[in-house]
Design a protein around this ligand. Structure first.
Ligand code: FES
Length: 79
């Protein structure tokens, strides 16, 4: 994984895994944890919020675990 976007508060985070770019909001839908400090699992294609550990699928945006807060608005495209 390598971050692609510049680090400003306007642009989504861009996470590169295996030739795909996953664009992720900067803030968690739960209580606005900063996902730039989240934990990416490249094998499972998930990101976990550093604040309360909600985990989201990078493929679908669905919340997998953590305090209920809905889905993450993830966009996926080829590099
Ligand atoms: S702010 Fe992300 S899980 Fe609470």
């Amino acid at each position: 994984m390598e971050p692609l976007a510049e680090d400003n508060n306007e642009s989504p985070l861009e996470i590169l895994i295996g030739g795909m770019v996953y664009k992720v909001p900067r803030y968690c839908p739960h209580r606005r944890g900063k996902l730039q400090y989240g934990f990416v699992n490249e094998r499972k294609k998930t990101i976990a919020c550093p604040l309360h550990r909600s985990t989201f699928s990078l493929e679908t945006g669905e919340q997998i675990s953590g305090p209920p807060c809905g889905r993450l608005d993830v966009k996926k495209c080829a590099k």
